[in-house]
Design a protein. Sequence first.
Length: 276
Amino acid sequence: MLIIKDISHLKLYLKAYRDKGYSIGYIPTMGALHQGHAKLIKQSRDHNQKTVISTFVNEKQFNKKEDFNNYPRNKGKDYDFCDLHNVDVIFEPSSEEIYPDNKSKLINTYFQNILCDQFRPGHFDGVITVLNKLFSIIEVNKVYFGQKDFQQLKIVEKFIEEKFPNLQLVPVSTERQEEGIAYSSRNENLSKKQLQEFINFHNSVIQFTKSFDRQTQIKEANTLAKNFITNLVDQEFDYFEFRNANSLEIEGKISEARLFYAIYKGQTRLIDNIEA
């Protein structure tokens, strides 16, 4: 396994294998790797002869400086994780490498003012800004994203279609813990009590989503969703609603929908989505 920190070195490495006709898969992350990332790595290794992962913590997608400063960083643990899962290259650039002028920032125009974009203004601007840089540097065949951050997945899908038409986006289903919740670095911030409360909440949401007739309209389902969270004591949400899984609009039948939520446990914001 190689750890590469500079763009020129990475480009030379990848070109050598592209010239040999190798298929190369790429997984953009911000480190703090867990079993959800392991699933992405496995998919890439199954599809490609080389797998690259980046661990750049992108300040431009954080709404608060303190969140960026508090983001978990453990390079040694991430190195061991990648080595265990047979990653070929870790790309670990500095901010100066990615943003030499520190001025460039793209504006996201996809799926705006809903879900996370409504509550984290500028977040997805930062996401597509860094991906624009990384996709230009890491010229690969396929890129892998999990479905847990579903709105991000849809935004990246549109962005790639418009800006990088030769790059194939591979969506990967959410990897879940035995208790049903998605793997996330944020789970580590929860106390035992908060974690159990979150597990109980998530499993109750699963049962709620299964209670609908498949022909129920999404708008009608959202009325019941509001009632569902109203009955929960001392729970804070940014959103809890069904949306069409293709358009992310509140339209169509429940059979075409996912339920999206962002809930707080203490200061920790947790998101997920469940296929209805």
